[in-house]
Design a protein around this ligand. Structure first.
Ligand code: NAD
Length: 250
């Protein structure tokens, strides 16, 4: 098994890509903590994993709260003994024109998508040092790499910031055996993209930008995250894994 004996924490693990990663990690031998604001959904994912023979706990977590992060990481370490892997996956998207975007909308998206990654990393680092190293995977976006008029200033800025925060973390903690990489998914079939996919015109526009011609599935991202979490990627840090159906190749 590719994560045998490892302990992982995944933010935003109650649904979407985070939940798929939690199931995959558990099936590869990891004990997994998941944190989310969606408590019922999160507890259901944890129960499902435990009932199928894996190990998973749910921690109530708003990624913008430092106190929540401290408790979530402490609970995971106390239940499973260590922390080897952190996936900063929780995020929100928003579509708006810059000149119509409120300050509150800007702050909300930046807080969840960027400050949340900072806080998670901050509180995982001491536990990873204790474990002798670790792997942090930050979920950015293809929209953290290239511009589009189809998103919002706060989503693109937040995901661009995650890209460089990743490289900073990689530089600062390489001597401690802690790796940090970003993942850049293109459009994926999750609740986050439901509204767009329901609008035929917007959906056709999005599809026209994906050379492979379809949205990705959560497992197609989770497989890349698994590689970065495992020791197979032990020489990989500060890199960008682009999984976008070809969006950024144009
Ligand atoms: P999703 O909406 O299905 O899942 C996101 C999860 O994050 C949810 O469970 C949600 O409750 C949780 N979350 C939101 N705010 C939170 C907070 N403040 N504290 C804790 N948890 C919070 O979306 P998804 O598509 O699975 O997205 C996962 C990640 O992938 C996000 O960071 C997203 O920006 C990124 N991403 C998604 C796409 C896509 O097309 N779906 C593309 C590129 C990047």
């Amino acid at each position: 098994m590719r994560l045998e004996g490892k302990v992982a924490f995944i933010s935003g693990g109650a649904r979407g890509m985070g939940a798929v990663e939690a199931r995959l990690f558990a099936s590869e031998g990891a004990a997994v903590g998941i944190g989310d604001t969606l408590e019922d959904e999160g507890r259901a994912v944890a129960s499902e994993i435990n009932e199928s023979g894996g190990q998973c706990l749910f921690a109530p977590l708003d990624v913008t709260s430092e106190v929540d992060w401290q408790k979530a990481i402490a609970d995971t370490v106390s239940a499973y003994g260590r922390l080897d892997i952190l996936v900063n996956n929780a995020g929100v998207s928003q579509w708006s024109l810059l000149h119509e975007t409120s300050e509150a909308d800007w702050d909300r998206v930046m807080d969840i998508n960027t400050k949340g990654v900072f806080l998670g990393t901050k509180h995982a680092i001491p536990a990873m040092k204790e474990a002798g190293g670790g792997s942090i995977i930050n979920i950015s976006s293809q929209l953290g790499l290239v511009g589009t008029e189809q998103s919002s200033p706060q989503y693109q800025a937040s995901k661009g910031a995650v890209r460089l925060l990743t490289k900073h973390t990689a530089m600062q903690y390489a001597p401690d055996g802690i790796r940090c990489n970003s993942v850049h998914p293109g459009p994926i079939n999750t609740a986050m993209t439901e509204q767009r996919r329901a609008d035929p015109e917007a959906y056709a526009k999005m599809l026209s930008r994906i050379p492979i011609g379809r949205y990705g599935e959560p497992i197609e991202i989770a497989n890349g995250v698994l590689y970065l979490a495992s020791d197979e990627s032990r020489w990989v840090t500060g890199s960008e894994l682009v999984l976008d159906g070809g969006w950024t190749a144009r």
